[in-house]
Design a protein. Structure first.
Length: 276
């Protein structure tokens, strides 16, 4: 396992100390030295495996980097500490990109991954080419806030599998979303209990970050791909893109929060058209 210096911490004696931790696990596919890169970021409870139908198509045109966030997928054995933060998540993703000496990349993300990508675009604009945000979260509705606060309130005494199923049914309620629900639940079950609990601790920070994102004018060309049945988020995205000349929205029929699974062929067509 490769070891890298991820971050610096200031000690109580005002001296710099270094924490050495492993890189996030990743897979990459190389088309050619001069091909553009795409970096994929999954959402909470997911893993890089959710992109397999995009990989089949896009690897013919691009170099691909698929990262598993801490506690997820291949990074499942990496502990999620109680002081984990979105800033650390962003730094861990950037460390992988820099380790591979990728100078610039397109980014594709889903759900929580869209928040991470937006922060990377804001903090590391030189790394970012074009951006595709699917199932994007640009603001929280009253219903969404109620769901998240309920999850926080009951997390200590409710089995994780019950929470996974609850999330899946609320976010992906339709029969057309059953494959996405199954994928989400199967991937989420692999997350260790402590890691899941500590990801839930990030919810207040995520809410604050989304409030900040809503004020940002995204500097990179950005395509939003949203399912018409993504009931919690699609209306907010429609409002978000109205006054932004470099943001575009494609709405997909018979699809909910996870368009790249619900309607993978449509998703791939939009992605190729936008990135080529």
């Amino acid at each position: 396992m490769m070891m890298v210096v991820l971050k610096r911490e200031l000690s109580l004696k005002n001296k710099l100390s270094f924490k050495v931790i492993p890189l996030l696990k990743y897979k990459h596919f190389i088309k050619s030295d001069d091909a553009d890169w795409i970096t994929f970021i999954h959402g909470a409870g997911g893993s890089s495996t959710i992109w397999h139908k995009q990989v089949k198509v896009l690897k013919e045109h691009f170099n691909l980097l698929l990262i598993d966030l801490r506690g997820h997928g291949m990074s499942n054995d990496m502990p999620v500490q109680s002081d984990y933060s979105l800033d650390i998540v962003v730094e861990e993703v950037v460390e992988v990109i820099q380790h591979l000496k990728i100078k610039k990349s397109h980014f594709i993300g889903v759900s929580l991954g869209t928040i991470i990508i937006t922060k990377i675009s804001d903090l590391y604009p030189s790394l970012v080419n074009k951006v595709i945000l699917s199932g994007a979260i640009t603001s929280f509705s009253t219903r969404t806030l109620f769901l998240l606060r309920t999850a926080q309130a009951i997390k200590g005494f409710t089995p994780n599998i019950i929470l996974y199923r609850l999330f899946a049914l609320i976010i992906m309620p339709s029969k057309e979303h059953r494959v996405s629900r199954r994928v989400f639940i199967n991937e989420a079950k692999k997350i260790k209990n402590r890691a899941f609990q500590n990801w839930l601790r990030l919810l207040p920070e995520i809410k604050h970050t989304i409030d900040d994102i809503s004020k940002l004018k995204l500097s990179k060309p950005t395509l939003f791909i949203s399912g018409i049945e993504d009931y919690l988020f699609v209306r907010q995205i429609e409002e978000y893109v109205k006054d932004k000349s470099n943001c575009f929205l494609e709405k997909v029929n018979n699809s909910g929060h996870i368009v790249n699974i619900d309607q993978h062929q449509v998703f791939n067509t939009f992605a190729l058209k936008f990135l080529k």
